[in-house]
Design a protein around this ligand. Structure first.
Ligand SMILES: Cc1cc2nc3c(=O)[nH]c(=O)nc-3n(C[C@H](O)[C@H](O)[C@H](O)COP(=O)(O)OP(=O)(O)OC[C@H]3O[C@@H](n4cnc5c(N)ncnc54)[C@H](O)[C@@H]3O)c2cc1C
Length: 436
């Protein structure tokens, strides 16, 4: 069984299906928004009931006019609620709000056994769902918490001098509790090189005034190097990385001033670039161009990893030296933990501690003699050495024993036995490593 969906943000190559997928085209809507008149202490100001394949773009289009957004809005427009919750989305509010699955109040899941079950925090299936990537079942309805936001965002792009200063600054601004002092409502950053790093501190504001627009000729990531402060509408802040797929649109020429002018605005979106990458993979266009030009073969290095903030500078220095891909996206995250404050079983990051997610998406020339995926394997080894974690939306190369140790294989197997006893759903290892 697999999903038949129009969009995807997965990056692992998969075999072409020989059978139709599960038609989920009727599961893309927002069901209801509920705003509490006077929430009690610890109660959400508002909640949204959405269908499992509703995109964050569709949800935000309904909530933002009411001054509300989900606690974490993954920055690629077509990421769905179900995809982000089972596949660990992240964004700049994650240092205070954790991961998207940590503000889910209730879910309905279609299990491999063909039943629809309602689960809440603390239930075995609920807690095992994050990082299960559809191997336990598919979320068909979710109730999530929303937070109030004003109309604008004030940005400060802080240039930090070196990797040690980066660690110190991140530790002080992202430490749990400090956001109450209004240092920032959201934090992310970009390392253009080990000595050119910017942290962007975003503060929500209602103060009217001029705003920048990065959906036209200007390009958001370049603005970090060009200006110390900036202002965006909340809408444009949420989708600031989607227009150019962070910086990846460069590979398609979409950042060249002439091409950009000709490139229709409605096609400046991550899902359009994602489809172009799919075409390239199918027809091997880039590989053929490289071969013809006598350039060494490339390895695709598309990964997100997390390390504890104390190990950040070590990872970044190693990464620049060995892999050499630039820039790198940085996003601090402090996991909230399960309903009892424990670690999520399949992605056991310690709650309450500052971790830094690093995203790097591109290719490295490795030459024809290189063993299979040398850079990806080296990154996996380094992340493990530093006590970090690696997301599974892209390629993974771990052997089964290591994979089971890292992602709690025995627990997943026990939950799967209960909710998918006939193994109708592909296992996590088969999906993530065997590319099924
Ligand atoms: C270049 C790149 C950069 C990225 N950067 C970020 C980032 O900065 N922030 C971020 O949050 N994420 C990022 N992602 C990862 C993305 O959030 C995950 O890949 C997410 O799982 C994609 O969700 P989707 O809705 O597009 O689902 P799909 O791509 O369609 O599916 C992803 C997986 O989830 C399963 N799935 C989908 N829907 C459901 C459901 N309803 N119930 C159960 N399982 C389901 C599918 O079976 C599949 O295994 C990035 C991905 C890429 C390729």
């Amino acid at each position: 069984m697999r999903l038949a969906k129009r969009t995807s943000n997965l990056f692992r190559p998969r075999g072409r299906p020989d059978h139709p997928g599960l038609d989920v085209s009727g599961l893309t809507g927002v069901i209801a928004l509920d705003t509490a008149a006077q929430p009690g202490p610890g109660e959400p100001v508002a909640t949204a009931d959405v269908q499992g394949m509703c995109t964050y773009e569709s949800l935000v289009a309904e909530t933002l006019p009411l001054g509300l957004i989900p606690l974490v809005v993954p920055q690629l427009r077509t990421i769905t609620l179900g995809g982000a919750i089972t596949g660990l989305g992240i964004e700049s509010t994650s240092f205070r709000n954790g991961f998207p699955h940590e503000s889910v109040l209730e879910m309905e899941i279609l299990t491999g056994a063909g039943e629809i079950v309602t689960v809440r925090p603390g239930d075995e299936l609920f807690d095992a769902f994050p990082n299960s990537y559809g191997s336990l079942g598919y979320a068909t309805r979710l109730r999530i918490e929303l937070e109030r936001v004003p109309a604008y965002v004030q940005l400060r792009h802080l240039r930090v001098g070196d990797l040690d200063e980066l660690t110190r600054t991140l530790t002080s601004v992202a430490a749990p509790g400090t956001h109450d002092e209004k240092q920032a409502d959201a934090i992310d950053g970009v390392a253009f090189s080990p000595d050119e790093i910017y942290l962007t501190l975003a503060t929500w504001t209602d103060e009217p005034g001029p705003v920048s627009d990065y959906t036209g000729q200007e390009i958001y990531y370049r603005s970090l190097q060009e200006r110390g402060t900036d202002r965006l509408t909340m809408h444009d802040y949420l989708w600031r990385w989607d227009t150019d797929w962070f910086w990846c649109s460069r590979a398609f020429g979409a950042q060249h001033p002439v091409a950009r002018r000709l490139w229709p605005k409605r096609w400046r979106r991550s899902d359009v670039y994602h489809r172009l990458v799919g075409l390239d993979r199918r027809f091997g266009l880039l590989d053929r161009l490289d071969e013809r030009a006598g350039r060494p073969a490339r390895e695709r290095v598309i990964q997100d990893v997390e390390v504890p903030v104390e190990r950040l500078s070590e990872f970044l220095a190693w990464f620049d030296d060995v892999v050499g891909m630039r820039p790198v996206w940085l996003c601090p995250v402090v996991a909230r933990g399960t309903s009892t404050g424990g670690r999520w079983p399949l992605y056991p990051m310690e709650p309450g501690r500052i971790w830094v997610n690093m995203g790097f998406w591109g290719t490295v020339q490795v030459g024809p003699e290189a063993p299979n995926a040398p850079m990806n394997r080296a990154i996996e080894a380094k992340v493990l050495e530093l006590g970090g974690h690696k997301s599974l939306y892209s390629e993974a190369f771990f052997d089964e024993e290591t994979f089971d140790r890292l992602y709690n294989g025995p627990h997943l197997a026990a939950v799967k036995e209960r909710y998918d006893p006939d193994n109708r759903l592909t296992s996590l290892y088969d999906k993530a490593v065997r590319r099924r």
